[in-house]
Design a protein around this ligand. Structure first.
Ligand code: ADP
Ligand code: UDP
Ligand code: MG
Length: 244
C-alpha cells in the first residue's frame, strides 16, 4: 500500500485535499492519512506521520450551553489539546485569510461555515500537535460536518459529550457573555438555536445510536457540571496519563 500511495505522489505538485480524502477513505486510518499528507507535501516541507490513532472527544451542545467553559476544565484535568472550531474560524477572520469575509458573514448570520473550511483548520491543528488526545469543541454541527471529518481525518470520536441546557438558560448566558462577539445578539441567537435544533440534533442522535454519547445536564454551577463530566474520562486509560 505504501508503494501504491508513493507512486501516486509523483503527479502531485502541491497539497491536494482530494488526494488526501481519497487516501484516507480508502485506507481509513490516521496513520495512512498523515502518511498521505507527508507524501502529498513532498517538496513543500514534511509532516512526520503520527504513530498512534488519536483519542478524540467531540463536545456538542447549543450555543451558551457551557462547552468552552467545561473544555478548559477537561484540558486541565486530563491533558487534552483543546480545538474550538469557533475559535479557529474567528482566528481565520482575524488573520484576514481568503475565507475571512465569508466566515465572518456566516457567523454573523448564525449559519454554518462549509465543512471543507472547518475540517481543514481542525486537520492542520491536529497535524501540528505533539499530543494524541484532542477535545474538539463545537464541531461537528451538522451531519455533513460529521461525514466530512470522518472522510478527511479518517477517525471517529471515542467520546461525544452533549451539554443539554434549557434554551432560556442558554440565551441568558449568551446575552451576558460580554466577549464582544458579533453573534451574541438576540437576532443571531434565534437563528443559532434554530440551526442547533434542525442541524446539530441529528448529529447528537447519530452518536446516541452509535453508543458513544454522554449527555450532561448543563444547568448548575460550573463545578457541579464538571462532576458529571469527570467520571466519563476516568474510565479511559488514555486519560490517566499524567498531566504535567
Ligand atoms: N454553569 C454555568 N453557569 C452559569 N454560567 C455559565 C456556566 N457555564 C458557563 N457559563 C457562562 O456562560 C457563557 C457561555 O459559556 P461558554 O462556555 O462560552 O458556552 P458555549 O461554548 O457552549 O457557547 C459564558 O459567559 C460562561 O462564563
Ligand atoms: O464547526 C463549526 C463551528 C462554529 N461555526 C460557526 O461559528 C459560530 C460560533 O461557534 P462557537 O462554537 O464559537 O459558538 P458557541 O456555541 O460556543 O457559542 C457558530 O454559530 C457558527 O456560525 C461553524 O460554522 N462551524
Ligand atoms: Mg464556545
Amino acid at each position: 500500500m505504501w508503494r501504491r500511495v508513493a507512486s501516486l505522489s509523483s503527479s502531485i505538485s502541491s497539497y491536494s485535499t482530494s488526494f488526501v480524502a481519497q487516501t484516507a477513505s480508502r485506507l481509513n486510518t490516521w496513520e495512512s492519512l498523515t502518511t498521505g499528507i507527508a507524501i502529498a507535501q513532498q517538496g513543500k516541507g514534511f509532516i512526520a506521520p503520527k504513530e498512534k490513532t488519536p483519542f478524540i472527544t467531540f463536545v456538542l451542545g447549543g450555543p451558551g450551553s457551557g462547552k468552552g467553559t467545561q473544555c478548559v476544565k477537561i484540558v486541565e484535568t486530563f491533558g487534552f489539546t483543546h480545538l474550538s472550531a469557533g475559535d479557529l474560524l474567528r482566528r481565520e477572520i482575524a488573520s484576514n485569510s481568503a475565507d475571512g469575509v465569508m466566515i465572518l458573514n456566516t457567523i454573523k448570520e448564525g449559519k454554518i461555515v462549509p465543512s471543507e473550511v472547518t475540517v481543514r483548520l481542525i486537520q492542520k491543528e491536529m497535524e501540528s500537535s505533539d499530543n494524541d488526545k484532542f477535545i474538539i469543541d463545537g464541531f461537528p454541527r451538522t451531519e455533513e460536518n460529521r461525514v466530512s471529518f470522518e472522510r478527511f481525518i479518517g477517525v471517529e470520536p471515542n467520546v461525544v459529550l452533549f451539554f443539554d441546557c434549557p434554551e432560556e438558560e442558554m440565551v441568558k448566558r449568551l446575552l451576558n457573555r460580554n466577549q464582544g462577539r458579533v453573534d451574541d445578539n438576540l437576532e443571531t441567537i434565534k437563528t443559532r438555536l434554530q440551526v442547533f435544533e434542525a442541524l446539530s440534533l441529528p448529529v447528537i442522535n447519530y452518536y446516541s445510536q452509535r453508543g458513544n454519547l454522554y449527555t450532561i445536564r448543563a444547568k448548575g454551577t460550573e463545578d457541579e457540571i464538571f462532576e458529571q463530566v469527570r467520571p466519563i474520562f476516568t474510565t479511559f486509560d488514555v486519560c490517566h496519563r499524567a498531566v504535567e
